[in-house]
Design a protein around this ligand. Structure first.
Ligand code: UD1
Length: 423
């Protein structure tokens, strides 16, 4: 059985949507909670999407106790983390499982974790992670589809993070927190999710300095203890609802956001003619005729690659031509083939999408193949004439909790249906 969204387009959006905790913060923070050999951690504002559920299942299989004590609150106890092998078929499903390798090296001095799959948006190798582990004294090799390490003499080290990789920066911070000595990361990722992770580890008794800049210094400590922490709001989920409002038309108040984390997205939306007002921890978007605006994805604080796909869906309805350049992942335009079925006029040349605005989209059966490409199809479907049937909702569920409920509350006509798997 598989889930589909049936979207009848044309309804304007209005009302308020509350944004959940950031998936890309919650994944490293949950993993880091398992670094604690004593006490328990309480994590608030943890989203309930399938990536988080899979990570919880991996941590439980390693011997941790993970309990959802309230809708968005998890309790983690990791005293009995004793198993060094992550279940292969769960770990391979999400990119965030690479962090479990760092955790196992730090806690047990050995580990075995399936090479991650995640979304089909490019090759997404783990070579930077392996180089980083080596710099900290851990030889990790890829064997039979898994990262494996038996020989570990963990200690601090100096490491240059290629391409300011987010995942590698996370993994180094997690591993180095319990590695004797000092680790210096150069060209580290500066994303807000890195700062959130560092704040949590520091609350656990760790010593991470400089997070949010491109040089991070981690002093390894002997032990970490549990702590309470509230995960930051998901800037990508917030940005998605902002772009959906602009595409579908209407006025939506997006609550529980940190507007500073959305600076570039707000600036680009304003450039595209939309009205955006910041009010404390809310952003209000009021739609206006859409102007074509070029975008190039960049590491934070640039325009996030995770909003490139919904941006293309929005630009597909704009008044001219927009050039969208993807600089982070090499294969992130796959979803445009599905948008074209809906009437979009898009030409893709390697990492550049040329989007010529059309008057309207028309509903069609389409298929999501990655989280954000899926969000782009929903964005287009909300604005389209007629009914769009979106398959591959399991991808959307990896990054967005209850999207159909949130959109329905805003006046959209979105239904989740379960159907037999097609041929
Ligand atoms: C994280 C986010 C993802 C976001 C991305 C960029 C999570 C779980 N996912 O992904 O939503 O789109 O940051 O903001 O937080 N690379 C290598 N070798 C490696 C690691 C990365 O070649 O070992 C390449 C990647 O293929 C990509 C680039 O480096 O082209 C940057 O990737 P990275 O920042 O590591 O992204 P993720 O951590 O996978």
């Amino acid at each position: 059985m598989t889930a589909k969204f049936i979207v009848r387009g044309g309804n304007r959006l209005s009302g308020t949507v509350a944004i959940g905790g950031a998936k890309n913060s919650a994944l490293p923070i949950l993993t880091a909670a398992a670094l604690a050999a004593e006490g328990e951690s309480i994590l608030d504002n943890v989203p309930d999407n399938s990536d988080i559920q899979h990570l919880c299942a991996i941590l439980e299989a390693l011997g941790c106790q993970v309990e959802r004590v309230a809708e968005t609150t998890l309790r983690i106890r990791a005293q009995h983390l004793e198993n060094h092998v992550a279940p292969y078929h769960i770990a391979r499903r999400l990119r965030g499982s690479t962090y479990v390798m760092g955790l196992l090296l730090a806690r047990l001095g050995k580990g075995e974790v399936a090479c991650p799959g995640g979304c089909e948006i490019g090759a997404r190798p783990v070579d930077f992670h392996l180089k980083g582990f080596k710099a900290l004294g851990a030889e990790v090799v890829v064997e039979h589809g898994a990262m494996v390490s038996q020989s570990v003499n963990l200690r601090g080290g100096r490491f240059y993070v290629d391409r300011a990789s987010v995942g590698t920066t996370v993994n180094m911070i997690i591993t180095a927190s319990l590695a004797p000595g000092v680790t210096i990361l150069e060209n580290a990722a500066c994303e807000p999710e890195i700062v959130d992770l560092a704040n949590f580890i520091n609350a656990m008794g760790g010593r991470v300095r400089g997070a949010g800049t491109n040089t991070v210094r981690i002093e390894g400590v002997d032990r970490l203890h549990g702590a309470r922490h509230e995960v930051i709001p998901d800037r990508i989920e917030a940005g998605t609802y902002m772009l959906m409002t602009a595409a579908a038309g209407g006025e939506v108040r997006i609550e529980n956001v940190i507007p500073e984390h959305l600076g570039t997205v707000i600036a680009k939306l304003v450039e595209a003619g939309q009205e955006v007002a910041e009010q404390g921890d809310c952003v209000v978007v009021r739609s206006r005729p859409i102007r074509s605006v070029d975008v190039e994805t960049q590491v934070y604080p640039g325009f996030p690659t995770d909003l490139q796909s919904p941006w293309v869906a929005l630009m597909g309805l704009a008044d001219g031509i927009a050039v969208v350049q993807e600089t982070i992942f090499e294969n992130r335009f796959g979803f445009t083939n599905e948008l074209i079925r809906m009437g979009a006029n898009i030409k893709v040349d390697r990492n550049t999408g040329i989007v010529r605005g059309v008057e309207r989209y028309t509903g069609a059966p389409v298929e999501a193949r990655d989280i954000r490409g899926g969000a782009a199809l929903v964005t287009a479907a909300l604005a389209a004439e007629g009914v769009t049937e979106i398959g591959g909702v399991r991808f959307i569920d990896r990054g967005y909790s209850r999207m159909e409920e949130k959109l329905t509350a805003l006046g959209a006509d979105v239904k989740r249906v379960t159907v037999e798997e097609g041929p």
